[in-house]
Write a protein that binds this ligand. Structure first.
Ligand SMILES: N[C@@H](CCC(=O)N[C@@H](CS)C(=O)NCC(=O)O)C(=O)O
Length: 236
């Protein structure tokens, strides 16, 4: 019998993980009902790509949430997107890119570059690393993340420019959702897991972010978060 172990970064504030990529994988597993063991890792360093999440599947180690999900769909013969048209599948990929290649970096900026979030970050994202290692590691982690932000390009913008970029992305998500329950109608798909995992990690956490009022202002994204949570994370 196939044995799956999932390694994810710690959970906080009622979320199973403070990492959107880990939360996306967890939500996929909840939607599809795939049984697994879950292990909380204090850092992403144990993963094959130095990033979380990662899995072991019958002894094989695999990194990257999207590659993991593709593999699990095949191995377990499940597909949360089976009701999607070809056109919707195309839209799903574009939403995934918006979330993971763009808006995610605005969240990273908020968490790591806003001075008011630094203490919160050290006690949450880095909170499972025992002291004194945490205190020693924190400045190096910050340096590395800022370098990644500059490499991506988001870290080259001013705060006002980042907020303007995030505003367009959040409005686009709201417009795509419209009055539907989920992004492609009445049934959830992987896109809903992807959007939930990032927006909940912005909206439902203690970090201050100009994106919180933007999400609230759309009128439909907060009810979407509540709907997804009620369906897949009913525990208080
Ligand atoms: N494309 C990867 C991205 C994973 C990722 O960036 N994870 C973050 C946590 S949210 C991480 O481990 N960052 C550590 C680092 O980049 O040093 C995926 O989908 O899994």
């Amino acid at each position: 019998m196939t044995h799956l172990t999932v390694y994810h970064l710690p959970g906080r504030w009622g979320l199973p993980s403070v990492s959107p990529f880990c939360l996306k994988l967890d939500a996929f597993l909840r939607i599809t009902g795939i049984g697994h063991d879950a292990i909380t890792a204090a850092t992403p360093f144990g993963g094959p790509k130095g990033k979380a999440p990662w899995i072991t599947l019958d002894g094989e180690t695999l990194g990257d949430s999207s590659l993991i999900i593709e593999r699990l769909k095949t191995v377990y013969s499940v597909d949360p997107d089976q009701h999607l048209s070809r056109n919707a599948r195309g839209t799903a990929v574009t939403i995934e890119r918006l979330i993971e290649e763009n808006l995610y970096w605005a969240m990273v900026f908020d968490r790591w570059c806003r001075p008011e979030n630094w203490e919160i970050l050290k006690n949450s994202i880095l909170g499972d690393i025992p002291q004194p290692a945490r205190a020693l590691l924190a400045p190096f982690a910050k340096y590395s993340v800022k370098k990644q932000l500059r490499g991506h390009g988001m870290g080259l913008h001013s705060e006002a420019e980042i907020t303007a970029i995030a505003t367009r992305d959040i409005q686009a998500l709201s417009d795509l959702l419209g009055e539907q329950s989920y992004f492609f109608g009445d049934l959830p798909s992987l896109t809903d897991a992807t959007v939930y995992s990032l927006l909940a990690n912005i909206y439902q956490v203690d970090f201050s972010s100009p994106m919180k009022p933007l999400i609230e202002g759309t009128q439909n994204l907060v009810p979407f978060l509540a709907r997804f949570k009620a369906a897949y994370y009913p525990e208080p």
